[in-house]
Design a binder for this molecule. Structure first.
Ligand SMILES: [Mn+2]
Length: 347
């Protein structure tokens, strides 16, 4: 830490923000998962971790909600070349497969080997991540997953499920991600929360915020969840705001739905599309980053404990670095939030 000058020029040392932290000395470990095989509309999220890492050294590290924010001990593990290669190979076939589906042909039997291969790779990715996380949790690390598409954090959430008896998930997203499968992929980006609820019985509550693109089947699923899922639709939040209700009051309602321990799952497409123009499936509506930060820091100030998080669907564009720049700032805020919570609970 002695060598790090928070007022100096960002140093590209391979770690996030150029912080001089090792995996061993870190309190918070970020695991990048460069994966976007099931991205259905537009690919690119597999390049998110690299682009965010590069953008991260440009930031300034004063944070109004966290004293000495630059002393946060955060480390990002290397981006796996092996998984990047698997992703690339499967993505080529995946693009052909999706073109086939979009041509209207209901017969996809010629792709059955491909679908089995994706399923196999996804299971390996999830169990590999879960094992790594279980080991790090035993060392008292707080873990974050940096996607990739939204299917990526399943292994982390499953590891937390084995460690905590009761916790909630706060999901910031344009989509509910509650399909039991999508385009015949069992572990699609559109199924992450379905798979979480199915495999993690200790997730007592899923609180979704900003949802504005959803199928009838997902609505039915929420209604039959016996209050395990609470969804704050974007149209309801906006409608209340048009009638004069302010965000602070709405934030209190959101927080009141959460149990003591909270995992945050932040899909960047929860933001307004101009803040994430190259994300896989942008939808009009959504939040500014300040609104999300206000929500997140109020959760910690209300005494909830942050036990982990993911940031996903950040996809760098060819002609602009806005996605990576905002993605890096979203990640910095999530890290500061988690650090603030960690310090509050430190004994
Ligand atoms: Mn999502």
């Amino acid at each position: 830490m002695v060598d790090f000058n928070p007022d100096g020029i960002g140093i590209s040392n391979g770690n996030l923000f150029g912080f001089p932290i090792t995996e061993k000395s870190a309190d918070i470990i970020v695991i990048p998962v460069p994966w976007d095989v099931t991205a259905s509309y537009r690919k690119g999220a597999s390049q998110g971790p690299k682009a965010i890492l590069e953008a991260s050294i440009q930031l300034d590290f004063y944070h109004p909600k966290l004293e000495n924010a630059h002393k946060t001990k955060v480390f990002m593990t290397p981006i796996s070349d092996e998984w990047l290669q698997v992703n690339e190979k499967l993505s080529i076939e995946s693009t052909e497969y999706m073109q086939h589906l979009e041509s209207g042909s209901g017969d996809y039997s010629e792709f059955s080997n491909f679908l089995a291969e994706v399923d196999h790779a996804h299971k390996a990715l999830t169990s590999n991540l879960k094992e790594r996380c279980e080991k790090l949790l035993q060392e008292n690390k707080i873990i974050a997953v940096l996607g990739g598409e939204h299917s990526t954090p399943l292994g982390l959430i499953q590891a937390l499920n084995n460690q905590h008896k009761n916790f909630g998930i706060l999901q910031i997203d344009a989509h509910a991600d509650l399909r039991n499968s999508y385009e015949n992929f069992n572990q699609s980006h559109a199924s992450i929360m379905f798979n979480v609820l199915k495999t993690c019985p200790n997730v007592s509550k899923l609180v979704q915020v900003g949802i504005r693109d959803i199928s009838q089947g997902e609505i039915d699923f929420i209604q039959s969840s016996k209050n395990r899922i609470k969804t704050f639709f974007d149209w309801d939040l906006k409608n209340e705001q048009f009638h004069g209700q302010n965000w602070a009051i709405q934030v209190n309602k959101i927080i009141s739905e959460l149990p003591e321990k909270v995992y945050v799952s932040f899909d960047i497409d929860g933001l307004i599309p101009s803040l994430c123009p190259n994300t896989g499936t942008p939808v009009p509506g959504g939040f500014t980053l300040e609104e999300v930060n206000f929500l997140l820091f109020n959760i910690v100030e209300a005494g909830k404990k942050i036990i982990g998080f993911d940031l996903n669907e950040v996809s760098p564009g060819a002609s602009t670095d806005i996605d990576a720049n905002i993605g890096a700032r979203a990640l910095w805020n999530l890290i500061c939030l988690t650090e603030k919570s960690r310090r509050m609970y430190e004994v």
